[in-house]
Design a protein around this ligand. Structure first.
Ligand code: BGC
Length: 679
């Protein structure tokens, strides 16, 4: 127990468990206890500046670098990149005097309509766990603490303050908890933020089973739990459950409630002491972490944001090698001049750099690129304006071999607090693409969205590049990728369904205003699509490159308590590029398991002609399933297939191992060099 706990009065202890304003903890000057500051957020530091008003969040914030949103970062599948970006965030947080940065958000993407999906990594817990761990380590290495959020079950914004989430124990254990567990055990986040929603009827900030039970009891979390902002409804219950700090300040009532509860015996003082102990330890750890912060090299950080954005883009289609651009082309769409690059809500960063692909491409090529606006975002009565803009754009397209059309939402659509109503782009944009396709030129679609969209024109266009909400560097990054100065290497960290209705959570979404029943169980995201063989528009793990790769020496061997997975990757094309080694496991027949589950991955960047041997390991225990009847993990004996895939559907090669009492290895497929990624 922290030495100062004993010296604090009951009132001081109660005070410490509530913020003093929106962002700071209480100070107790008589004992030299300072207050510390926490601010958002995951893709840039948002330290509020009360002297400025901003339309998105009320108060504006001090300028800071806007790095790619987490959903874009996840498409890089690059743990080193996540670590590096988080390190930059830490440096800026220190320079701005922020002791705790409120991120990353790692909630599982259950439905593509989730309003905050742009803040979250993936629909796969293994991928989320690995990337978020690198992020947390990179941030905390700077001395700035992180807040891993939102623990847990906050998978949409639907009635987000009150909704009661119900899921099976198996889904909890196999899907919704593992990423949190991986990060908590491995990367040791200094704080965890309890989510807004209720789980099994109890608010997360007041949920004994969630906080003292799973997080602390099962996983040994020793850090501090902070409530999400205004998430505490019953302060005494939250202290009892192990939610140490309530943010932000609500009223003196809250403090009095704690004092009275201790005095009346309704709350044991030891429970309060444990919260205070953890608050004091956090304060000790971070109170000096901003001292002597190095001045930020803002231009350098901007360049890092561009480099990061380049690694996040996913090339979804490239028929006939229409990309990289050459010859005669024009740019179309309002998003070419000011593209979407971040979402709305608490993560919103105030950056002075507004991405502009058109201007960047003109600078890079040294020539004027013909441009037409193509559509307007204006709501209501815009049909005529849009028809005229589309007509003008089609005329421009007819005069060029290639029309590059830039698409995305305005900032009010992908935002905290509200889910998307559907996953369509604005109708004017889809109609514009159809007109361009009819114009007789080749069409390249460039997307700036933080989540999947339906693409009714996917068959008709020649190329699709998903840049994502990729931060302030996304304009220059997109220009460099389109012109071939960089090679896209991202892979989808989530499924792009053909239609929203194909998503397995669809029948359960908003079926009841107060309850979200996770009826699809563990068959969420690609686990559902591969098992039921429902072909999505673009599968999880998918992405192309401007170069080609071959794969050889595919092998899986049991080695002690783990499986060794080997492959040699070669860049057989003419330019440098990145590819993804992704291993899936298919478990023995009989048990109700997904047809394939990601178990190991590594992002590999190779020069033209270069090859690399990639060896990865999977713990045998990671092959277990949660057995609800026994209330624990079970290992199914039998034949496991380890397949190297170019996306969750497409097998490049595989090996089978019989695991159990008698482990035997046999090769399923002949090893053969396979060209995985067609141009
Ligand atoms: C969000 C958190 C955020 C907090 C502080 C809440 O509304 O859910 O993610 O960290 O506000 O801005």
């Amino acid at each position: 127990m922290h030495r100062l706990v004993k010296q604090l009065t009951l009132e001081e202890k109660a005070k410490l468990t509530v913020g003093i304003d929106r962002w700071q903890t209480a100070a107790i000057p008589r004992l030299g206890i300072p207050s510390i500051r926490m601010n958002d957020g995951p893709n840039g530091v948002r330290k509020e500046d009360e002297s400025v008003f901003d339309e998105v969040n009320g108060h504006g914030s001090f300028p800071a670098t806007c790095f790619p949103c987490i959903s874009a970062l996840a498409n890089s599948w690059d743990a080193q990149l996540c670590r590096g970006v988080a390190g930059q965030l830490g440096a800026q947080a220190k320079a701005l005097g922020v002791n705790v940065l409120l991120g990353p958000g790692i909630n599982h993407k259950r439905t593509p309509v989730g309003g905050r999906n742009f803040e979250y990594f993936s629909e796969d817990p293994h991928l989320t766990g690995e990337l978020a761990s690198a992020y947390v380590e990179g941030l905390q290495e700077t001395g700035v603490a992180c807040s891993l959020k939102h623990f847990y079950g906050n998978n949409t914004e639907y009635n987000r303050f009150h909704v009661n989430v119900k899921m099976s124990e198996r889904a909890r254990r196999e899907i919704y908890l593992p990423a949190f567990e991986r990060v908590v055990r491995g990367a040791k986040p200094r704080t965890v933020m309890a989510a807004y929603n209720r789980l099994d009827g109890v608010y997360c900030s007041e949920n004994e089973r969630v906080l003292n039970g799973i997080l602390r009891g099962e996983w040994g979390f020793e850090g501090l739990v902070v409530s999400d902002w205004d998430a505490v409804h019953d302060k005494v219950a939250s202290v009892r459950a192990g939610c140490d700090l309530e943010m932000p300040f609500r009223s003196e009532e809250t403090v009095r409630a704690v004092i009275q509860a201790v005095q009346s015996g309704a709350l044991r003082e030891e429970a309060l002491d444990r919260c205070v102990d953890r608050i004091l330890c956090l304060i000790d750890d971070v109170k000096d972490n901003c001292q002597n912060a190095a001045p930020v090299d803002w231009q350098g950080a901007h360049r890092a944001a561009v480099a990061a954005a380049e690694k996040c883009a996913v090339l979804l289609k490239n028929t006939g090698g229409v990309l990289p651009l050459e010859g005669s082309y024009c740019f179309i769409g309002a998003q070419a001049r000011e593209n979407s690059y971040q979402g709305g809500g608490s993560s919103h960063v105030n950056t002075p750099f507004v991405p502009n692909v058109l201007a960047e491409a003109e600078k890079l090529t040294g020539k004027r690129i013909p441009f037409a606006r193509g559509y307007s975002y204006a709501e209501g009565g815009a049909a005529e304006e849009n028809a005229a803009l589309a007509e003008e754009a089609a005329a421009l397209a007819r005069a060029h071999a290639v029309a590059v059309v830039f698409l995305g939402y305005n900032e009010n659509v992908e935002t905290e607090s509200r889910d998307r109503a559907d996953i369509s782009l604005p109708a004017a944009q889809n109609e514009l693409v159809a007109r361009l396709c009819a114009a007789g030129c080749k069409v390249v679609a460039v997307l700036f969205t933080g989540a999947p969209v339906e693409m009714p024109w996917a068959e008709s266009v020649q190329a699709i590049l998903q840049v994502g909400l990729a931060g302030e560097g996304s304009g220059l990054a997109a220009a460099r990728l389109l012109l071939g100065l960089e090679n896209p290497s991202g892979r989808l960290a989530e499924t792009y369904p053909r239609r929203l209705e194909d998503n397995p959570s669809y029948p359960y979404y908003a079926a009841d205003p107060d309850v979200l029943e996770y009826g699809e169980g563990i068959f969420t995201g690609y686990r559902y699509y591969v098992t039921e063989n429902v072909k999505p528009l673009f599968p999880f793990g998918y992405g192309l490159s401007y170069t080609d790769f071959s794969y050889g020496g595919i092998a899986a061997e049991e080695e002690g308590g783990r499986i060794r997975l080997d492959v040699t990757v070669r860049n057989t094309g003419k330019r440098a590029g990145g590819t993804l080694v992704q291993w899936y496991v298919s478990c023995p027949q009989g048990a109700e398991r997904p047809a394939a589950e990601l178990k190991a991955f590594s992002k590999v960047y190779l020069a033209a002609g270069e090859s690399a041997a990639v060896r990865l390991y999977v713990e045998k225990s990671a092959l277990s399933r949660y057995d609800e009847h026994r209330g624990g993990w079970a290992f199914d004996e039998g034949e496991y297939t380890f397949s190297l895939r170019s996306d969750c559907f497409t097998v490049i090669g595989a090996a089978a191992l019989t695991l159990g009492a008698e482990e035997k290895t046999k090769n399923l497929f002949e090893e053969k060099e396979r060209r995985a990624f067609a141009r």
